[in-house]
Design a binder for this molecule. Structure first.
Ligand code: NAD
Length: 482
């Protein structure tokens, strides 16, 4: 891992600029400082926007094929730096090394996909209302984009925004989460080595987002805000950006139902819950949060899931045997404890886990045992709010209509999962679920090639697929009298 003892600085107009103040980044597995990051001021945030604004005209005029070539070079540099970046993700985020490797590879897929998609921002020629006119509809880049990203996928969430922004012709200012600024800085180093023109990608970090967020979000030069994080902060950014009508894309929280019908392949459904629930230690917006199991198979499914969750190895992400790392911080740990305590108080049974893991050198980190709760109901906190931790609550249902109604009874609508071998039922349930992504016998439905985003309070707009680049484009009509 490269030396991250010294803060890298902010990356503005093609140069790393040191800041007067820095802040510590902590390993959630050990509580130890693993590096320092730069604490940007409003002046540095403004300079980053200024650099992006200065780069806009030339980048927008760069042929799409060349923009795509730049994205491919970034992907190549990311791959070259993968080992370093993986180590940094494990050190500051805590996820197991295999999941960190997957994250970096996944980030590369976004860059590769939009390298191709850059060429496909077609316009239209519209039949004119009179013979003397020609009407051309063009797709133009919006302008400076601001990306604010979370800590659970510190590199992939940046790639998911940077790739379509650059492909569309928009320069970017990136602000990562304060818990995980080191792996993003290493990614930006790769962007720099790829020869991205100065000002096209800029990067600012802060110990407290509110130090620079008003400056970034309130600047009228910012024409696009793309945010991934909590619903609460997403709503705040939407309100703050209203004054200058910046276009806003929001990827927010979820409360995913995972429905297991009695005709499902129960082994596949068990593996699906393990893959969905315990990736990134339950700290993903796509995680299964409400596991609805049809009466008749509840016991056999609970036995399978309890056995599989009990086998997951908990520990620091550096150990290749580990499947579940630490929670990100004390607040995250406290929320998980509160959700489990609430469920138990209301009658849930702890089938496995349910407490902190402290032995074997784990006492300094926020390790929580993979947990399965039986006899849960819809009123418990685990069923109403994102737990963001390794807790799988089991709820029982009787029939299809009932489970669809209960699954939809949430202000969130990001991902939903359904396991069944009945094709008709799979289609009916997929149609009825009010969610942006539905995985039928598929626990991992997200891909750069397809639209990703939430219904209801889970977000606005889509990332991925053709929709992802549309989010950085504006429509212009050119009317010519001939
Ligand atoms: P968060 O909203 O606290 O933080 C996300 C980002 O917003 C960070 O960069 C943070 O510094 C910044 N931020 C926080 N307060 C801010 C403010 N007042 N002004 C401006 N910026 C501010 O979320 P989190 O805890 O880091 O991430 C977890 C949440 O993200 C969960 O709800 C999860 O579901 C969601 N998430 C959603 C997706 C998705 O694609 N839908 C993906 C990953 C995570």
């Amino acid at each position: 891992m490269r030396d991250v003892g010294e803060a890298r600085g902010c990356f503005i107009d093609g140069k790393w600029i040191p800041t007067a103040e820095t802040f510590a980044v902590v390993d959630p597995a050990t509580g130890r400082e693993v590096g320092r990051a730069s604490d940007a001021t409003p002046a540095e945030a403004r300079a980053a926007i200024g650099a992006a604004e200065g780069a806009f005209a030339e980048w927008a005029a760069t042929p799409a094929a060349e923009r795509g070539a730049v994205l491919r070079r970034i992907a190549a540099e990311l791959e070259r730096a993968a080992d370093d970046i993986v180590s940094l993700i494990v050190a500051e985020q805590g996820k197991p090394i295999g999941q960190a490797r997957f994250e970096v590879a996944y980030a590369g897929q976004w860059l590769e996909w939009y390298a191709e998609e850059a060429r496909r921002t077609y316009g239209e020629i519209v039949p004119p209302p009179t013979a003397t006119k020609r009407l051309l509809v063009q797709r133009r880049p919006l302008g400076v984009a601001l990306a604010i990203t979370p800590w659970n996928f510190p590199v992939a969430m940046i790639a998911r925004k940077l790739a379509p922004a650059l492909a569309a012709g928009c320069p970017l200012v990136v602000k990562p989460a304060e818990q995980t600024p080191l792996s993003p800085a290493a990614f930006i180093d790769a962007v720099d080595r790829a020869g991205v023109p100065a000002g096209v990608v800029n990067f600012v970090t802060a110990s407290d987002p509110t130090r620079i967020s008003d400056t970034l979000v309130g600047d009228p030069r910012v024409r696009k805000i793309t945010f991934t994080g909590s619903t609460e902060v997403g709503k705040l950014l939407l309100r703050q950006s209203a004054d200058h009508l910046a276009r806003v894309s929001l990827e927010l929280g979820g409360q995913a139902p995972f429905i297991v019908f009695d005709d499902a392949d129960l082994d596949a459904a068990t593996a699906g819950v393990i893959a969905s629930k315990f990736q990134v230690n339950g700290q993903s917006c796509l995680c299964a949060n409400r596991i609805f199991v049809q009466e008749g198979v509840v016991e056999s499914f609970a036995d399978r899931l309890t056995a599989a969750a009990g086998e997951l190895v908990v520990g620091p992400g550096t150990d290749p045997e580990v499947a579940v790392g630490p929670l990100i911080d004390e607040a995250g740990y406290d929320k998980v404890c509160a959700h489990v305590a609430d469920a138990v108080e209301r009658g849930a049974r702890v089938l496995v886990g349910g407490d902190r893991r402290q032995g074997g050198g784990l006492q300094q980190g926020y390790f929580f045992a993979p947990t399965v709760l039986g006899d849960c109901d819809d009123d418990m906190l685990v069923a109403r709010e994102e737990t963001f931790g390794p807790v799988a609550p089991l709820l029982t249902f009787t029939d299809e209509a009932e489970v669809v109604r209960r699954a939809n009874d949430s202000p969130f609508g990001l991902a939903a999962y359904c396991y069944t071998r009945d094709l008709g039922r799979a289609h009916r349930v997929a149609d009825a679920l009010e969610f942006g992504l539905v995985g039928i016998n598929d626990p991992l439905p997200a891909s750069p090639v397809a639209p990703f985003g939430g219904f209801k309070e889970s977000g606005l707009g889509r990332e991925g697929g053709h929709d992802g680049i549309e989010a950085f484009l504006e429509t212009k009509l050119v009317s010519i009298v001939c």
